[in-house]
Design a protein around this ligand. Sequence first.
Ligand code: DER
Length: 239
Amino acid sequence: SPIEQSKRLAAYIAVDKHIFPEHKIIGIGSGSTVPYVVERIVQQGKELNKDRVFIPTGFQSKELIISSNLNLGDVDQFPTIDVTIDGADEVDLELNCIKGGGACHLREKVLAEAAKTFILVADYRKNVEYLGTAFTPGVPIEVVPFAYAKVLQNLHHVLGSRTAALRMAKAKAGPVVSDNGNFIIDAPFSREEMMNPYSVMARIKMLTGVVEVGLFCHMAQAAYFGNQDGSVTVKRMEG
Ligand code: DER
């Protein structure tokens, strides 16, 4: 499908431009675009990859590394990562992004921060001018279960995200549970508010019970988007 092709395109270009032989500790994100990143890294050959360690951002990412016969490492052993490549739900003009569509944004943000270089790969649907304009149901927020009702109340009445809601599972009765055993709340904010994602992130982060917010502000050095016509759009961090 054109979307899958555009994911592969973005992933291949990103690997070719940012994963060199000297990069030994590599963070692997979550979602459906990252498998193409791993596919391209595997193509670099066993010889090169035998000296590398791959750090996962959750259960799905770990399984992908294992099934690709790549060396699995832990962020405890390798707190500093050479390059982390991950997907995103939306990326704006300044490389701020919404992440957490797959409920993995806590570990993703840890590995994004731990990396000397953090690269985003996505299909053309994620390439937006301003956050909150594509299909995302809002800002994903990981919360401890004990506090979820209080966080929801504060989002509704203090932060004005009136339709914020607990993310319910499709293949399980009840809410989605993250790899860390927490709940996810999706909280929509207005276009105007999302023009300053850092402010939205900071206000949400201060709510007691919030573990992590799916807004990654000024963290990525570059974002690659595959397009339907086979071209690739690149957004780079200025300066
Ligand atoms: O949850 C996340 O942040 C993932 O990176 C994910 O949202 C990206 O999704 P996709 O690569 O399947 O589009």
